[in-house]
Design a binder for this molecule. Structure first.
Ligand SMILES: Cc1cc2nc3c(=O)[nH]c(=O)nc-3n(C[C@H](O)[C@H](O)[C@H](O)COP(=O)(O)OP(=O)(O)OC[C@H]3O[C@@H](n4cnc5c(N)ncnc54)[C@H](O)[C@@H]3O)c2cc1C
Length: 338
């Protein structure tokens, strides 16, 4: 048996790692050389969940973030978690580490080669907007900083976007970005005005505004396989509606490898994906009524500033740390009635 994996991002390299570790002949093919850049904030949400699924990640030391600052409109709230909610990397370094890890196990890496395997893992990342039921657009950049930041900032619905802006501190850098559901007009102007907003508040000083951007799937495709092809990561649309996709890319890569190693049918792969992480891929706030969403988020931030338990739930839910969907809603409504 020979397996060809197309795409050496987190999904492809993770699948290659587990397959090669079991002695399977695996070729990992990307269209570009590594290390390569990828539009991404480079945040591992809930790093502990990565450690339990992918212990080899511990070798790569990122920056742990425990402090979170939430804003919506004029309202703000801060929360400090005991455990890190986020660990950050430059994506270039993170992906290169995963690729080298797979090669160390015996995977063979090629650039732009025709696949020869009798089983294919499609890990080619996000495709066209029309391939997914829902998509968004994200824009970000890693700006070098002299003094490290320790707080992640989430700014919900900035300038009326259906999404949020963020600051994710990294070692020696700060990642500033914006993500919004499509359709979204003037995203670059809004991104730049977010940087102006941060500069006016003396939060950051940028020499030159830059961006990398990419569409992001925000809901899975219908079927996660086609004949002898298993579809993983962004290619399958495994991204949480808030834009988190690295964990699901790696999980689906691992499950694809397991499916092949254990000679399970392709539908087993689909079932396991749904069972293992399907619940995270569902939106928490539905609807497109921006005025209502804005009201809800402003209220949520107001409640967070006086109710620390609610703040903890809100932050940990965002970073896929707690499982509070229902409890969060209940506490929200209880607070409204007070
Ligand atoms: C701006 C932005 C910010 C984000 N921030 C975060 C974040 O902080 N945390 C988080 O968890 N997620 C984040 N995401 C989502 C995350 O980047 C993706 O979910 C993740 O990269 C998916 O991994 P993947 O391996 O499926 O695809 P990718 O990382 O896109 O890798 C796909 C690989 O396939 C290669 N390829 C493409 N076509 C072919 C082909 N035909 N043949 C061979 N190779 C091919 C590409 O060169 C690439 O190397 C962000 C996304 C964006 C756009």
């Amino acid at each position: 048996m020979k397996v060809s994996i197309l795409g050496a991002g987190p999904a492809g390299s993770t699948a290659a790692y587990y397959l090669a570790a079991r002695g399977i002949d695996v070729e990992l093919i990307d269209r570009v050389a590594f290390p390569r850049d990828k539009a991404c904030a480079g945040g591992l949400f809930n790093p502990l969940s990565y450690y339990s699924e992918f212990p080899f990640i511990k070798e790569l030391k990122g920056k742990n973030i425990n402090n979170v600052h939430l804003t919506c409109g004029e309202r703000t709230a801060s929360y400090t978690s005991e455990l890190p909610v986020l660990q950050t990397f430059l994506r270039k370094d993170f992906d290169y580490f995963l690729l080298k890890n797979a090669i160390k196990q015996g995977a063979k890496f090629y650039i732009g080669k025709q696949p020869e395997g009798n089983i294919i893992v499609n890990a080619t990342g996000a495709r066209r907007i029309q391939d997914y039921p829902k998509t968004g657009i994200c824009m970000e950049y890693d700006y070098p900083v002299e003094k490290d930041f320790d707080t992640a900032y989430i700014h919900y619905l900035f300038k009326g976007i259906r999404g949020y802006c963020w600051i994710f501190p990294k070692k020696g850098y700060v990642n500033i970005g914006i993500g919004a559901h499509l359709p979204q007009r003037d995203i670059r102007d809004i991104y730049y005005s977010y940087i102006d907003y941060l500069e006016e508040r003396d939060l950051i000083s940028i020499r030159e505004k830059c961006y990398r951007s990419k569409i992001i799937p925000l809901a899975p495709i219908k079927r996660f396989f086609k004949d002898n092809v298993l579809i993983t990561g962004d290619a399958a649309g495994f991204v949480r509606p808030i834009g988190e996709g690295i964990f699901f890319a790696m999980m689906s890569g691992k499950l694809a490898a397991q499916t092949i190693i254990d000679k399970k049918g392709v539908s087993w792969y689909e079932l396991r994906c749904k069972e293992k992480f399907g619940r995270y891929l569902k939106p928490m706030l539905r609807g497109n009524n921006m005025a209502l969403l804005n009201k809800i988020m402003q209220k949520a931030i107001k409640i967070s500033s006086r109710d620390k338990v609610f703040a903890k739930m809100l932050v940990e839910n965002f970073f896929r740390f707690g499982e509070y969907d229902r409890a969060l809603r209940l506490r929200f409504f209880r607070n409204l009635l007070k």
